[in-house]
Ligand binder design. Structure first.
Ligand code: AP5
Ligand code: MG
Ligand code: ZN
Length: 216
């Protein structure tokens, strides 16, 4: 099963992708997480990505597409995957469609997690992220068991650099201009469905599972 998560920054793509990944045993591939890991390790890719990310802008298509095509060729993607944060532009979507065509396959589902901008702005200020393992929490909606400490690995949680309110505004603007057109793209491809991302995260997950045709 090949799934794409669509939705504004902070809509809950990562939260839902992780749950789907656990349920289906297929990898969650988050371009944002890959870039952040590279920034942390101070790689060439990380240096390039950071300048864009800190401003709330997209990393150039070529860099991102090459990275994803390489990743999808790895062994653990044989039975499918969930792309979380890719594609984000029409050229990225076209590159993905082309790459899949070469192996005679296509995306099975594109899931659009719908959340209005105002809810996003409120949500982001409460998000906390683990700098070591990438786990995501929310001070109100999904708090860790020990305040400011990652449940998974014990590291101290941080507010992501790009979650400052000014940068969130910029990311929303970029989303509406460059990423929202993908909803139409995948609608036309016949694989899109939407879920209301303002509901409780467990409810959102249940609805996704129903649409994916699973018994829960
Ligand atoms: P990326 O890391 O992908 O960030 P994003 O798309 O902006 O999305 P987020 O990760 O911020 O949000 P999310 O939808 O995953 O929400 P989450 O589950 O965490 O990208 C970062 C940057 O990298 C980009 O700006 C760009 O520069 C670059 N980049 C990445 N991919 C790229 C690409 N393909 N091309 C070019 N550049 C690229 O949830 C958010 C918060 O809400 C959490 O605290 C969570 O606990 C909480 N929450 C989740 N669901 C609910 C709910 N139902 N109710 C209440 N709270 C909830
Ligand atoms: Mg995410
Ligand atoms: Zn952690």
């Amino acid at each position: 099963m090949k799934i794409i998560m669509l939705g504004a920054p902070g809509a809950g793509k990562g939260t839902q992708a992780k749950l789907i990944s656990e349920e289906y045993g297929i990898p969650q591939i988050s371009t944002g997480d890959i870039f952040r890991a590279n920034i942390k390790n101070n790689t060439e890719l990380g240096k390039k990505a950071k300048s864009y990310m800190d401003q709330g802008l997209l990393v150039p298509d070529q860099v991102t597409c090459d990275l994803v095509v390489d990743r999808l060729a790895q062994d653990d993607c044989k039975n499918g995957y969930i792309l979380d944060g890719f594609p984000r532009t029409i050229p990225q979507a076209e590159a993905l469609t082309e790459a899949l065509k070469k192996s005679g396959t296509a995306i099975d589902y594109a899931i659009d997690v719908e959340v209005p901008d105002q809810v996003i702005v409120d949500r982001m200020s409460g998000r906390r992220a683990c700098p070591d393992c990438g786990a995501t929490y929310h001070v109100k909606f999904n708090p860790p068991s020990r305040e400011e400490i990652c449940d998974a690995c014990g590291a101290r949680l941080v507010l992501r650099e790009d979650d400052k309110p000014e940068t969130v505004q910029k990311r929303l603007e970029v989303y509406h201009n460059q990423t929202q057109p993908l909803i139409d793209y995948y609608q036309k491809a016949g694989c899109l469905f939407s879920v209301d991302g303002t509901e409780h995260m467990d409810m959102v997950f249940m609805k996704i599972c129903q649409k994916l045709g699973m018994d829960r």
